[in-house]
Structures are given as C-alpha cells and as structure tokens.
Design a protein around this ligand. Structure first.
Ligand SMILES: Cc1ncc(COP(=O)(O)O)c(C=O)c1O
Length: 428
C-alpha cells in the first residue's frame, strides 16, 4: 500500500444532516450502517418525497382530467403543477413540452416508435455513441432493423470520452437522428452535448439526449443545450420509481404521431371515422398516468432546489475527487476513465486479478452497496476489454467518511469465488 497524502481540500459542502432526510439510510447490514453508493442505479427518497406521495393518495387521488367533480379537479391540478415544476427544473419554455413517461427507457422507446418511424427510412442512419446504456441503443437498433436504416456508432476514445471531431465526421447526408447520453452511466464522462447538438443542427439533424445520469448532478437547461429531446427517470433524481420525463420542443412534439393509443388521447371516437387526437402532451400519455409519481418527482426536484443545485454539484464533485484520490492510494486498483476531470457523481474502478463481483461482495460484507458488472452497457465494456467494473456513484447524502470506509474495506480484499471459479462470467 502506498501512502499518498490527500492532494486536495475535501471540505464537505452539504450539511451531514441531509442524511437524516432519508429514512432508508438508518438501516444496518452486518452491523455496519448502510453505505449506499449505487445511486446511478437508483437514488434513495427523502421524507419530503414520501410525504408528497402519501399526501397525494390521502387527499387528491382520483383519475386525472376525466371527472367533473372537485376531487378529480384537485388531482388534475396536482398533476399539472408537477408538470410545471419539471418544466422550470429543466428550463423548458412551456409546460406542454413535458411528457410524463415511465422512465428514460420508456421515453426513448416512445421516440423510436414515433419520431423514428416517421423520419428514419431505408438507407438512413441513426447515430449513437459507443458509451450508451442499452436503453439508448436497443430502441434505435430495433428501429434500424425494422426500417432498413443503419446504426452508426461513434467510437469512444481511450480516456472514455467522445471527441467532437470524431462525432462530426460521422454526420453524413443520410443521418436522420443522433441519440447520445449527457453523462455516461459507466464512467461518469460528460459528453459535449451542447457542441454535438450544434453540429447536428447545422446539418438539420435532430438530437435525443439521454439525461438519466445528468439530472441528479448538474443543472440541466434544455434551452441552453438546444436539445430537441431530453429524457430522464424520476427514480434517479430522488423521485419515485415508475415515472420519468420526455422533454421535447413544442413544435417537434406537435408533429409526432400518437405512440400508445387509448384513453385520454382522443377528442372523440367512432368505430369508423378517422380518429382525432388531443394535442401533446396528453396525446402521448395514453391511459391513466402515474399521478402520484409525477407529484413525488416534483417534490424531489423541489427538495434539490432547497439544498441548492450548485451545492449539490459541488458536493458530488468533491466526493468523486476524494474517491479517485483514495483509490489511487491502493495497489492494484485502477480508476477507469478520468472521472476527476469533470466529476459527475460516478467513479468506476477495477482491481487487478479480482473479479468485480468479488469486489462488490466483499464491500457488501461491510454494509457498502456498489454496482459491479457491465452496467447495462456491455458494448462499452467490450470496447474497453473489461469483464466489468465496480462503480461507486454518489448522492447528496454520501460523505467523505464513507469513502474512507470503502478504502479501508478494499485493503482487506482477497480473490473470492468469482475470481477463482468463473473469472470471465458476467451478467448485467
Ligand atoms: C444513461 C442511462 N440511460 C438510461 C437508463 C435507463 O433508465 P430507466 O431504467 O430508469 O429507464 C439508465 C439507467 O441506469 C442510464 O444510466
């Protein structure tokens, strides 16, 4: 073990009392307090979100936009207020640019089946990067297979980032759409999406941004990015499971065909006459939406505002830098990519000769929850020739002490059953 003094000041920005807002963190595992470092998979929920959901069910629950009685109007109001909160959070111009979905995956599938089917045809190209999550690859791959289009993959450079010139070089005349993650869920790399969007727009190409890993860590301003579409999941930003957001520019959403059809999407129906659909966003939200989810998501975004977006970003930057410093003191541990250069809450690492599942299992013995494996992005892991990584991902409630716990636990790491018996096995 090399003894390297911490190079930077790691003063915490958020008060430690933030932890008390999250009831789940009071648990212990194997006698250790829960150290939850799998926030890129899903974040924990503050009491304010749990209360908002309970309050919705206790005081407003009824179907939305479908009843001419006070309770229904109340639930409709709460749902539309939640839409306005999301609108402000991402600086969209109009509330009707916010479509509630079940999550990022649902939002990307919606786009592939509507915008994609309308604009991508045989011989056309859809561009993704080599670092995408399966949820931002498979819907486009399926679209390409069904339409006869080609999926073009922008290679990721050695340090785990997408070079803007490499990206621009693939933007040929047949490209109809670019789908790119704002932040990599594997390495935390921040893509230059603003520049990528500008280059795509110069060629009249629309851009879908997968913001699943950005929304909890940085201020997202869809107008500043000039994103055509921006997708994220509520559960990754302290909100409930099962709700997410598709932002789309008003004029582009307006020309999308309906996605799923059913209740809430139509003005009036006969069995034979052409169907007349309501405008977006309701046209794209067929069936009873997740009203309590939307209300909970709004509460989560308000909670983050209360902490201060800048403080939240600074806190997570500090934790990333501290984690990198801590891991760099350990022999045989290698940080993948360069998370400290533009910290975004994620640090992935590998340990020489030890399978990532054994690392995860060992940390779990110390009450530490991390994700080990391919992070739903095996194509990216393949390109780096890795069986998997161990990923620490941070949230507002994590502390410097927890990083020190990880460092100390890693000092006693030994090869376990995966390393010995199934060294090349990997799942998710
Ligand atoms: C970058 C990225 N995109 C998409 C998703 C899919 O999100 P969800 O499962 O909430 O739909 C994830 C989830 O990990 C992700 O990290």
């Amino acid at each position: 073990m090399t003894d390297v003094a911490p190079a930077r000041d790691h003063t915490e920005v958020l008060p430690r009392s933030v932890r008390h807002d999250f009831p789940i963190l009071r648990q212990t595992f194997n006698g250790y307090p829960l150290t939850y470092l799998d926030n890129a998979a899903t974040t924990q929920k503050p009491q304010a979100v749990l209360d908002a959901i309970t309050d919705y069910y206790a005081t407003a629950n009824s179907n939305v936009g479908r009843g001419y009685y006070q309770l229904s109007m109340r639930s409709t109001d709460r749902y539309e207020q939640a839409r306005a909160v999301v609108q402000r959070a991402v600086n969209a111009e109009h509330p009707d640019e916010i479509v509630f979905t079940a999550g990022t995956t649902a939002a990307v599938n919606l786009l592939a089946d509507t915008f994609g089917r309308k604009h991508v045809g045989c011989g056309d190209e859809v561009v993704v990067t080599g670092m995408e999550h399966n949820s931002n690859t498979l819907p486009w791959r399926r679209l390409a297979e069904q339409s006869g289009a080609r999926l073009v993959v922008v290679p990721v450079s050695e340090n785990g980032s997408v070079d803007i010139d490499t990206f621009t070089s693939v933007l040929g005349p047949r490209v109809r759409l670019v789908a790119v993650s704002h932040v990599s869920n594997v390495l935390g790399t921040v893509n230059p999406v603003r520049e990528m969007i500008a280059e795509a727009h110069r060629r009249d190409v629309r851009v879908v941004v997968d913001g699943a890993q950005a929304i909890a860590h940085r201020t997202v301003d869809v107008r500043d990015l000039d994103a055509d579409f921006y997708c994220f999941s509520g559960h990754k930003v302290y909100g409930p499971l099962g709700v997410g957001v598709l932002y789309g520019k008003r004029e582009i959403l307006a020309e999308l065909p309906p996605y799923q059809v059913g209740g809430g999407t139509v003005k009036g129906v006969t069995f034979t006459a052409p169907v007349s659909y309501v405008p977006t966003p309701a046209r794209l939200e067929a069936g009873t939406p997740h009203m309590a989810g939307a209300v909970g998501l709004a509460a989560a975004l308000r909670y983050l505002d209360g902490l201060g977006r800048d403080a939240v970003s600074a806190h997570q930057e500090m934790l990333v830098r501290q984690a990198v410093d801590a891991l760099n003191t350990l022999d045989g541990v290698r940080v993948v990519g360069d998370p400290a250069s533009a910290p975004n809450g994620i640090v992935s690492f590998v340990v020489d000769g030890i399978h990532p599942y054994d690392v995860g299992g060992h940390l779990d013995q110390h009450g530490i929850a991390v994700r080990s494996g391919v992070h739903c992005a095996s194509t990216f892991l393949d390109s780096m020739d890795l069986v998997g990584t161990v990923r620490m991902s941070f949230a507002v409630y994590n502390t410097s002490d927890e990083i020190e716990l990880v460092r100390r636990a890693l000092e006693t790491l030994r090869p376990g059953p995966w390393t010995k018996d199934r060294p090349t096995t990997r799942f998710l």
